[in-house]
Design a protein around this ligand. Sequence first.
Ligand code: UT7
Length: 339
Amino acid sequence: MTDLPPRCAGVLLRGCGSATPARSISNDELGDRVETSDTWIRSRTGIAARRIVGREESLTALSAKAAEAALQMAGWSADSLDLILLATSTPDDLFGSAPRLQARIGAVRAAAFDVTAACSGFLFAVITAAQYLRCGAMQRILVVGADQLSRWVDWDDRRSCVLFGDAAGALVLEASIDGQDDLGGFLLRSDGSRGDVLQLPHHRDHLPLVGSASHQKGGFESIQMNGQEVYKFAVREVPAILDALLQKTGASAEQLDWLLLHQANQRILDAVAERFSIPQSKVLSNLASYGNTSAATIPLMLDEAVRDGRIQAGHRIASSGFGAGLSWGAALLRWSGPA
Ligand code: UT7
């Protein structure tokens, strides 16, 4: 299972971890804020609750907790990392939160930077990490997918606020020169022409600077989403890209042990599984407990399934991320686990 060109290193998935805020908010509790119901939310999305970052918590702290769990699983010390990629659209600092994460976990040798691709961010970051490993430039990389969308949700918009939650998930990857490879293939796509169906726009005020020059100042608004258009995009593009990936890698849907999709809506997971005749038992879902945690959904779900023993060494996983941008992608993975 590899599309590894000669003289390129393989990529091994060695450890994973995750962290979620302490406070869980049920659908019924949200019903105290907006006109909605547990029945509506569950039947339209599969979501029963979501975790929200509280006063004593932060995105960086959650990311560090997830990262430390992944390092512990792999049996690595933080100072053995060469690079940290933090996939997030909601950093604690707009200049990037990855360096704070690097300092917090003591990864003194690692360079660190943020990757922004909304809900596709984790998958995009894993593929980015893989290139550094493949070319031999680096040996060990930590990829964290973390988002705190609760900062940017309009909590009075029932059409979107019921969907989102906060979390962090981590994966540590290692270069391998013995022919093993856990990345069977990947495809990444973007289409900015459709970006307005899911956006977090920045509004601009023009303020006088000097003479006739002005400068722009402003702030970000709340998440704006056309739910039906995003839904249609997902059920059209996710099966298409998975189909293209299977063709590219020569794998068949029957050979997959798990389908690990961005956790946006249970109906989207069901529609994709049906398209490939993949039984529900192979479709990983934890939407009910956490909702859509953006860049965190895939590593959060991966960590849960590895730790409870569903995903075992050697299992093949088809993963797809999709969301704002618009951006979407898919990867054929294998879980190796600790050496
Ligand atoms: O990472 C990607 C992030 N985004 C997504 O994944 C979004 C994808 N889209 C979706 O998941 C679905 O489109 C939603 C769950 C957002 C909405 O489900 P829907 O089946 O497309 O509902 P709808 O927008 O067509 O609305 C149906 C009705 C409307 O009422 P009327 O106009 O028929 O009277 C809405 O006002 O449901 C109403 N509605 C609600 N009712 C109770 C919308 N949100 C709610 C709510 N509670 N929270």
